[in-house]
Write a protein that binds this ligand. Structure first.
Ligand code: NAD
Length: 295
C-alpha cells in the first residue's frame, strides 16, 4: 500500500515510525483464489482435482501442525490431499516403498516429504527417490539443478513464497542490494538464486560471515532465515530497508521470528510479521506447485 512509490526512491531514509507490514495472509489469499479458480476450471472440464500426498514420520508437534495446515489449505482451494503417517522408528524401506507407490500412482500429482526426519533416516536419499515431476518442494537434485539454470518449474515453496510476497507489495528487486542470511538448501541458497535471477545484487551471509552486522546493514532487501530467534535487531538494518523474517520459533509468548520486529520496525520501511508473513506464503506456493505438477 503505497510501498511502490515510497520504496521506489533509492536510499529513502526511514522516518522513525512503524514499518509497513508485508502481510503474508493477504498475499497468500490472492494466490489461493487463483489456484481455486484453476481447480474449478479443471473440474468443470471433467478432470479430477490434483492430489497432494504428504508423508509424515514421527510426531514432532511442529511438523504435525505444518502438515495439518497443508491439508486444510488443499481443502480450501479444492485440491485433493492424502496423508501417509509413519511412526518415528519406521524402517527406511517402508518410507521408500511409500514414495515408490506414490510415484507410480497416476492420481497423485505432488509428493511432500515433511522435514526434518528422525536421525536414522537419510533425508537426502529419500528426497532423491521422489519423481522430480511430483517434487512439489523442489528439493530433488534435478529440480535444484534446474533452479540454478533458471529453468525450474517446481521451485522450493518458502523461497518462492518470499519472492511472491515481495512482488505482491511491489518491492523493486532489480539492481537492489539484497542480503540473505542463511545458506540452507531449503531456504537461503534457493532464495539467493531467485533474487539473483530477478536482477538483485545478492550477498549470502551465514554463521561464518565476518562483519555480519555491516553486511546486513547494507541491504535494501534483507531476508533472514537463520533459525536463531531475534538474531537481527535494529543494528543490522539500514534506514528504509525491506525485511523478510523467515524464522519461526515457539517462545513463551507465542511465535517469534529471527528478527526483533519491534526494534527493527522503527528503521525498516517494511517488515513481514511472524506469524502471518512467510508461513502462509509457503503454503500458498505449495498449492501452486501442486497445480503446476498436475499440468
Ligand atoms: P537451517 O538451520 O538449515 O539453516 C540456518 C542457516 O543460518 C545456516 O546456513 C547458518 O549458516 C545460518 N546461521 C545460523 N546462525 C547464524 C548466525 N548467527 N549468523 C549468520 N548466519 C547464521 O535453517 P532453515 O531450514 O534454512 O530455516 C531457517 C529458519 O526458517 C528456521 O527458523 C525455520 O523454522 C524457518 N523456516 C520457516 C518456514 C516458513 O514457512 N515460514 C519454512 C522453512 C523454514
Amino acid at each position: 500500500v503505497g510501498l511502490k512509490n515510497v520504496y521506489g526512491v533509492p536510499g529513502l531514509p526511514g522516518i522513525g515510525g512503524a514499518a509497513d507490514v508485508l502481510d503474508g495472509r493477504v498475499a497468500a489469499a490472492a494466490i489461493k483464489s487463483r489456484v481455486a479458480a484453476r481447480v474449478a476450471d479443471l473440474l468443470a472440464g471433467g478432470s479430477p482435482a490434483p492430489l497432494l500426498a504428504t508423508i509424515l514420520v514421527g510426531n514432532d508437534p511442529a511438523s504435525e501442525t505444518y502438515v495439518a495446515a497443508k491439508h486444510r489449505a488443499c481443502e480450501e482451494v479444492g485440491l485433493e490431499s492424502a496423508s501417509h503417517v509413519f511412526p518415528a522408528d519406521v524402517p527406511s524401506g517402508e518410507v521408500e516403498a511409500c514414495i515408490d507407490s506414490l510415484n507410480r500412482d497416476a492420481a497423485v500429482s505432488g509428493i511432500l516429504l515433511q522435514l526434518p526426519l528422525p536421525d536414522h533416516l537419510d533425508a537426502r536419499g529419500l528426497i532423491e527417490l521422489i519423481d522430480p515431476r511430483k517434487d512439489v518442494d523442489g528439493l530433488t537434485a534435478i529440480n535444484a539443478g534446474r533452479l540454478a539454470h533458471g529453468s525450474a518449474a517446481l521451485v522450493p515453496c518458502t523461497p518462492k513464497g518470499i519472492v511472491a510476497l515481495l512482488d505482491h507489495y511491489d518491492v523493486e528487486l532489480r539492481g537492489r542490494r539484497a542480503v540473505v542470511v542463511g545458506r540452507s538448501d531449503l531456504v537461503g541458497k534457493p532464495v539467493a538464486t531467485l533474487l539473483t535471477q530477478r536482477d538483485a545484487t545478492v550477498t549470502l551471509c551465514h554463521s561464518r560471515t565476518r562483519a555480519f552486522q555491516e553486511e546486513c546493514r547494507r541491504a535494501e532487501v534483507l531476508v533472514v532465515a537463520a533459525g536463531r530467534p531475534g538474531l537481527v535487531d535494529e543494528r543490522h538494518v539500514g534506514w528504509g530497508a525491506v525485511v523478510v523474517d523467515v524464522g519461526i520459533h515457539r517462545g513463551a509468548d507465542g511465535l517469534v521470528g529471527d528478527v526483533d520486529a519491534g526494534a527493527v520496525s522503527r528503521r525498516a520501511k517494511a517488515i513481514s510479521p511472524v506469524p502471518g508473513g512467510v508461513g502462509p506464503m509457503t503454503i500458498a506456493s505449495l498449492l501452486e506447485n501442486t497445480m503446476l505438477a498436475a499440468a
